[in-house]
Design a protein around this ligand. Sequence first.
Ligand SMILES: NC(=O)c1ccc[n+]([C@@H]2O[C@H](COP(=O)([O-])OP(=O)(O)OC[C@H]3O[C@@H](n4cnc5c(N)ncnc54)[C@H](OP(=O)(O)O)[C@@H]3O)[C@@H](O)[C@H]2O)c1
Length: 432
Amino acid sequence: MTALRLGIAGLGTVGGGLIKLLQPDQPLGQGEFEIVGVSAQNRARRRDVDISRYPWFDDPCDLAMQPNVDVFVELIGGSDGTAKKAVELALRRGAHVVTANKALLAVHGADLAKLSESHGGKLLFEAAVAGGVPIVKALKESLRGARPRAIAGILNGTCNYLLTEMEATGRAFNDVLADAQRLGYAEADPTMDVGGFDAAHKITLLAAIAFSALPDYEHVKIEGVDLVTLDDIRLAGKLGYRIKLIAKAERVDDAVSLHVSPALVTLDHPLASVGGALNAVMVDADPVGRLTFIGKGAGAGPTAAAVAADLVDLLEGRGGPAFARPVSALAAAARAAPSEFGRFYLRLRVQDRPGVIAAVSDRLGREGVSIESFLQTPGHDGPSVPIVLTTQPVARSALDAAAKAIETLDAVVEPPRFFPIEEADDRARLWS
Ligand SMILES: NC(=O)c1ccc[n+]([C@@H]2O[C@H](COP(=O)([O-])OP(=O)(O)OC[C@H]3O[C@@H](n4cnc5c(N)ncnc54)[C@H](OP(=O)(O)O)[C@@H]3O)[C@@H](O)[C@H]2O)c1
């Protein structure tokens, strides 16, 4: 078998991990792959791996254009800029591209997949979603005969770590985040993670594959873990739930609904026990039923192993269209999805005085929102108190309207927040 010749752009966490996996003492270092060029930003940077024996390219675009590069491996990151330019150049000349870059694919995936189809190179991205968890291939190959109904995932390890720590230690979001940054578990600029954007990139890709739909990042409704307070975690716990950042894609009639938001999960939910920095993806498909994949969603080894799996596919002549079907067979995605219908958790902070609860109930009632349970814990410091409600199944749009009306009440001291409740068995969930 002739060796597959690789040009590796990006030599950071994942790129460095990949080079380690391709060394002669590793299963993938037995001559099937040859590194014919590497590129990064700073040639002089000290790295864990010795790159001195590989041809160096200052510009990843030059590397992408080398005629001896069979596979351009993009491990730079970012939805635009150099990574995008270099991937386009490689695809335009018919080279294969393997990437871990979910931001790039979520935003430009359809165009890049079209380029790959028209020029003959494959575009593979197992590592882009949930790192070492082989969910992309599972959806593209193993579940090809099934009809996915919903995918729900914990797709951002940083957020899951933060929520797990808050619950375990009783420390506030900002404290836990500052520690995570010191320990290197969270980026110096954590916006992509804590704002829910990274999870949104990933669910966009999974939904495209599972529902044969064009990747549609624009239409993901995104709320991050920065909205979750210690009160939420404590009070949700008293009600029998745990809070997770859930990225969810559901087929609703002919449309796809895409959400990322903190959600309350019942303790018997398959995602409830996924703690720390782990990732998990639950797929509900007919006629297979529910499957849950759990594992390391990041880190040099697991992510590089996922990149390597794509390289092996290319070596052995596998790897179909980027999103399992040709772009021309992918439908428009999220646009027409109706408003979500289900139970919700609503948190308010109000002045502790008579009549407030009646006023809140009135505003909910006017929008047709029925209260299922109500919780106000005795003993609090300061002039305001947190109260939480869970609702009977209701359309998200009705709760939105009620929350806006509640916010205008004098006694309400901060905007109400509401999060969906994920049922252990959500087959009963309805749509309006
Ligand atoms: N880290 C993970 O666990 C993980 C998991 C799943 C997916 N991913 C994805 O994998 C990709 C790489 O992530 P990473 O964590 O390995 O990032 P990283 O450690 O920050 O490494 C990025 C690499 O890209 C190089 N680079 C940046 N800008 C460049 C430019 N303009 N031209 C050439 N090289 C440039 C950097 O060069 P220097 O080294 O010279 O600075 C560095 O080697 C991203 O798309 C990320 O989302 C990462």
